[in-house]
Ligand binder design. Sequence first.
Ligand code: UDX
Ligand code: ADP
Length: 475
Amino acid sequence: MFMKVKNICCIGAGYVGGPTMTVIADKCPHIKVNVVDINQNRIDLWNSKDLNFLPIFEPGLDQIVKRCRGKNLFFSTEIEKHIALADMVFISVNTPTKKKGIGAGQASDLKWVEICARQVSKYAVGHTIVIEKSTLPVRTAEVIKTILESQDIQNKKQKTFDVLSNPEFLAEGTAVNDLISPDRVLIGGESDSAIKSLKDIYQNWVPENKILQTNIWSSELAKLTANAFLAQRISSINSIGALCESTGADVREVARAIGTDTRIGSKFLDSGPGFGGSCFKKDILNLVYLSNYFGLPEVANFWEGVVRFNKWHQHRISKLVVKKLFGTVSEKKVAILGFSFKANTNDTRESAAIQICRDLLAEGAELLIHDPKVIEKQIELDLGEQAINNHKNINESDSKVIKSGWEKCDKIDQCFKNVDAALILTEWKEYSEINWELASKSMRHPAWVFDARSIVNPEDVRNANLNLWRVGDGS
Ligand code: UDX
Ligand code: ADP
């Protein structure tokens, strides 16, 4: 029977749950949306009066939060209460790659999803539609369904469930736009009435022809496949970039030339420092695990190559910096411009900057790191161990960190003091507006600019008496 949803509970207030629920609340004022999380600190930040302190930075998000919060959008840690009140529960918790046991390093750890399913099963009242929003391995919906139903039998309570897959395709940095004008909304499931209830929500702002319906496993696999294809495109263009550098071609020209072929298309062809983000690597490794599990090692090897290449490419950039700086960066200062995995987000998960900085620290460089949105604590978490190991910066007597090999600069100008090189790793707009004449005056010469994002004006850099390397530029 079709159920008009009045009350939503979303478990997980992260990069997916937070923005998605904010947009649903905005577009559906008749629905009460409760976003719950076990992390009290994260919830407090979502509730902070000063919108600059929201835990996630996404252009435009703060204004929508301001419009809806306290009206029909609420953030809390009262998980049980809001599950009980909800007609529809979204599961948006993290699903990192397993660190140990079967499938370690490849399969997703479903621990958090399982905990959620058990909680929903225990606290739900009446009929509840459960939506799988996190990216999950194929057939996870079945696991969720089994947990929901088995507990139901145990408790002998009058509760029923439908499970749907509704993967999220938003990209960070453009999340609000992607949610408001999605290319498509994908709903996988068997129950027509449950699908209708979810469709009814999206139809408040998404045209019906953009809402696709598939069986549940196709929906789960489509999400992994979309990310694998996108990641593969980036590894492809980065591989050609490396070839351009050796042959005298320019990857931007090659990308423009192939992008005009409508079968290829022009998007997602920017050569960079290697893809990052929480999804690409994780989802491909999931695909690799699945393929091996189903006895398809050739399929697994094909996709694994994309991830292997990406890692090689990141190391290639750090090696290149060392090579250009006369084969050593030991005790040399290098400015790192950008630490997030892409512009317009404060997320650093799998950021190429992490690997590249670690490599340079291992070579003994001293890094001056700038990023407009990533906080120092996050950089410390990402680089911590490596910096400590390679700079022997532990005071043996009290195990206290006394020097870490890097420091965070709050202003871009502060990064250039006595550095031998500036390495642009994230395409933040402010890095395309740097006054290289001024920067050059602070640097130690001969000095280099390494532009891994192709955002500087080459002439400005060269006119400032600086050497320039641009990714994929062999011209
Ligand atoms: C991705 C998918 O795009 C999104 O649909 C899915 O829901 C989650 O994963 P996201 O990781 O947020 O989104 O960012 P995306 O814009 O896809 O970029 C991923 C990485 O590829 C970034 O490191 C980015 O800098 C890099 N990239 C992207 C390039 O190097 N070149 C490009 O042309 C595009
Ligand atoms: P994503 O990018 O998939 O949104 P995040 O790590 O940003 O991933 O967010 C996932 C959120 O889910 C985190 O804030 C985490 O605290 C929360 N979470 C994980 N497990 C549970 C759980 N059992 N109950 C409630 N929240 C959870």
